[in-house]
Design a protein around this ligand. Structure first.
Ligand code: PMP
Length: 378
């Protein structure tokens, strides 16, 4: 049996405190016991999203919440702007087009960050658009977008700003209200350190005005139902009770450490990971590297093999590239329950694999580079 190190940008490892909660027997959800848990997580989610708005938990992966923002905010014939810079930005386009929306695409090459000035220009040229959809951390490239600046721009118009913060939330500074974000979605399997299966959706007052006029079909993900039941500390349908109970523990752990300390720690791990990649002779990928995952270019002949060998020989899972980036990059996560020691293990094993696959690297360089950054911060 090989010990397994999960260093992928979602899912991330589940801490034992949370895993134990996930193992508890289920209880009924139309009870005071559930309502008490729900009230507690409702408060905690506001802290994590840095918002005064209500945040609803949905039984789905993150994409379900993404789809909910389209189905609940828009109406047939609406036009939206999508500012995308990778696979998950493109997912906004796919969902919106499936619902028949007209998409004004403000896309940039994968690896670049979206350009706030381009969004501003698109808004000027298309004053009728209902919403701007974008991504906070584009997990497929490891790039972070400047949501604060985009929020300033969009807030001056009638459009709402919808942000996919599925992988960035918790790990990297994100302030929904201060940054004037109208709708944010996230999911359980990243910064929250939970098993997959729970998604979150936050809506501002400006977004609720669109909800009230939205004419797209929806049933399960109709946010009006979630709002109505939220007032009762319940969910409209049977919730994933186990995950909600585990979420209470996740929020407790996040609060105990403090969001700002978590942001700082992810920032430090990101610095160490970038230094580790450079020490391995790999070029960093991504114009504005985020703090929850580090991407680097790898020789294409061995791109897929690196990830497979690392997992099979050493039990270390990192991610490769997706879509057009398949085989071209590797992605090493450092969010959630991934710490300094995991980074040292991961980079040491990565170095061994690269040497085995024929790259000329002086032994011990990656760990030394990671150590140097970590020690400097002690
Ligand atoms: N957006 C981003 C930024 C993501 O990282 C992911 C998951 N990798 C998704 C959307 C899709 O989420 P899910 O797989 O939970 O549906």
């Amino acid at each position: 049996m090989t010990k397994h190190y999960l260093l992928t940008p979602g899912p991330v490892p589940v801490p034992p405190e949370i895993a134990l909660k996930e193992a508890l027997p289920v209880f009924h959800h139309r009870t005071g016991e559930f309502a008490a848990v729900y009230r507690d997580i409702a408060k905690g989610l506001k802290y994590i999203f840095q918002t005064e708005n209500e945040v609803y938990a949905l039984a789905s992966s993150g994409t379900g919440a993404m789809e909910a923002t389209v189905a609940n905010l828009l109406s047939p014939g609406d036009r939206i702007i999508v500012a995308s810079c990778g696979i998950f930005g493109c997912r906004w386009i796919e969902i919106a087009q499936e619902y028949g929306m007209e998409v004004v695409s403000v896309s940039v090459e994968w690896g670049k960050a979206v350009k706030p000035a381009e969004i501003e220009k698109a808004l000027r040229e298309n004053p009728d658009v209902k919403a701007v959809y974008t991504t906070f951390v584009e997990t497929s490239t490891g790039v972070a977008n400047d949501i604060k600046t985009i929020g300033e721009i969009v807030s001056k118009t009638n459009a709402v700003l919808v942000v996919d913060a599925i992988s960035g939330l918790v790990g990297q500074e994100f302030r929904a209200d201060e940054w004037k974000v109208d709708a944010t979605v996230s999911a359980s399997q990243k910064g929250f350190m939970l098993a997959p299966g729970l998604a979150f959706i936050m809506l501002s007052g400006k977004a609720w005005k669109l909800v009230e006029n939205s004419k797209l079909p929806k049933f399960y993900f109709d946010v009006r139902k979630y709002k109505k039941f939220y007032a009762l500390s319940e969910t409209p349908f049977t919730p994933p009770i186990t995950l909600i109970v585990a979420l209470q523990e996740s929020i407790r752990l996040i609060r105990e450490k403090g969001l700002e300390n978590i942001w700082n720690e992810c920032g430090l791990l990101a610095k160490a990971a970038r230094s580790g990649m450079k020490a391995l002779g790999l070029e960093l990928f991504g114009e504005v590297p985020c703090e929850v995952v580090t991407s680097a270019l790898v020789p294409v002949e061995i791109g897929v093999e690196i990830v497979e060998t690392l997992r099979e020989k050493y039990g270390v899972s990192i991610a490769g590239g997706q879509g057009d980036l398949k085989g071209k990059i590797i992605r090493f996560a450092h969010m959630g329950y991934i710490g300094k020691a995991d980074l040292l293990v991961g980079f040491t094993c990565l170095e061994m694999v690269l040497i085995e696959l024929g790259m000329k690297i002086e032994k011990g360089k990656a760990a030394a580079a990671v150590e140097k950054v970590l020690l400097k911060a002690m």
